[in-house]
Design a protein around this ligand. Structure first.
Ligand SMILES: Nc1ncnc2c1ncn2[C@@H]1O[C@H](COP(=O)(O)OP(=O)(O)OP(=O)(O)O)[C@@H](O)[C@H]1O
Length: 368
């Protein structure tokens, strides 16, 4: 009676499936949407896995690791993992919700981190740029993709103002500046591109840009998303498998409401939230050194506690942050000793540590 199947539940099996990683990656097959069906009949378990590749080796490997993992659950008698290749996708299969859909498009990129904000103007691009450059300074091979179709500001912040080169095989060379590789739709849009071009059509262009850019080998690719939490952003975060997302906010209540929406958006695609960066948190008077909470105190901290994700750091409101952005000289490089730069570097160090842990235990959480 020791192996009595009583109590074998779906959640028990799902918990075990969450420990099975997609071959070669740190993403598990549940969070990534590969598991598309689970059938428990008495002691017998059937798992349906949908791949977005036709590679037989991947299928065979996944079948084996999945079956081994499920078989180890006490009470399981038989287990069959049915692996469907890309060309075998069932009609209506939510394949386009599978973050692995385009995994093969970024083969040399180890971690993809999205930087998002619920609303515009909170400093998302500033944070994305400085984290990317700080990661590069610490020795990580880092890329930065400006996917903010409504206001691509990365070229300005990174001091790049040239047209990208396209090779004969239609690959686009990223710019390398301040130690990192960068790409932006801004290069292709031009400043006066009509608004209609900044809608869903342009979003498709971003997806293509992501895949057609020759990123080479990267430890981390930071993506600066458009502000907001609508369909455009949702589709973009489904374009690539995200290791995690960073939410940028200012301390006011209204901005924090948007953090909740942002958290919801990433929950929908099962992307782990790495943490929150609170920007423009306080202002230190350059004359008397007095620190003033310009907006509100502790908002980011409270929200991070409520959501169960780390507050990665609090960036002061400082004119030098703005000036260096306008000059294309990222703060962490041009003014490394300022308190804002120190905070960015500390955030980058935390992100590096969390990335190195993969999708392991907290604090990289999937919010339930
Ligand atoms: N901590 C800060 N101190 C001073 N100025 C800042 C700070 N953070 C950002 N800024 C400035 O605020 C403006 C908006 O920042 P940024 O473009 O990074 O925001 P965003 O959220 O990406 O905006 P958008 O929604 O337009 O993409 C920029 O001029 C930037 O230099």
């Amino acid at each position: 009676m020791a192996n009595q199947p009583k109590g074998l539940s779906e959640s028990q099996v799902y918990d075990v499936l969450k420990s099975v990683n997609y071959p070669g990656y740190t993403y598990d097959i549940v969070s990534s949407g590969v598991v598309q069906g689970l059938d428990i009949s008495g002691q017998n378990v059937r798992v349906v896995l949908q791949l977005n590749t036709n590679q037989q080796e991947i299928a065979a490997q996944l079948k084996q690791t999945t079956e081994e993992a499920v078989r180890a659950i006490p009470g399981v008698n038989t287990v069959a993992a049915e692996v469907r290749l890309k060309d075998q996708a069932q009609p209506g299969s939510p394949q386009n919700r599978n973050p692995f859909a385009n995994m093969s498009a970024l083969p040399g990129v180890r971690h993809v981190v999205a930087v998002a904000s619920g609303k515009g103007g909170v400093g998302k691009s500033t944070v994305a740029t400085n984290i990317a450059v700080a990661l590069g300074m610490s020795g990580l091979r880092t890329g930065l993709l400006d996917a903010d179709i409504y206001g691509p500001s990365i070229p300005l912040m990174m001091g790049v103002n040239e047209q990208p080169q396209v090779s004969s095989d239609n690959r686009i060379a990223p710019f390398v500046n301040h130690g990192i590789k960068m790409q932006s739709l801004g290069f292709f849009l031009g400043e006066n591109a009509p608004v209609i071009w900044r809608g869903p059509m342009v979003m498709k262009a971003v997806q293509q840009l992501l895949k057609d850019t020759d990123w080479g080998e990267l430890d981390a690719l930071i993506i600066d998303l458009p502000p907001g939490t609508g369909d455009v952003q949702l589709t973009l975060v489904q374009t690539v498998p995200l290791t995690g997302a960073i939410l940028v906010t200012t301390p006011q209540d209204l901005a924090l409401l948007d953090v909740k929406k942002g958290a919801e958006m990433f929950k929908q695609v099962n992307a782990p939230l790495i943490g929150i960066v609170e920007n423009m948190s306080f202002f230190v008077c350059p004359d008397c050194g007095k620190s003033t909470e310009v907006f509100r105190r502790g908002g980011g901290q409270k929200e991070s506690e409520r959501l169960g994700i780390p507050l990665l750091g609090r960036i002061p409101l400082d004119p030098v942050v703005c000036d260096t952005g306008d000059l294309g000289a990222p703060l962490v490089l041009s003014h490394p000793d300022t308190s804002a730069a120190e905070e960015f570097k500390a955030i980058a160090a935390t992100v590096t540590e969390l990335l190195s842990r993969g999708t392991g235990p907290a604090p990289i959480n999937i919010i339930n």
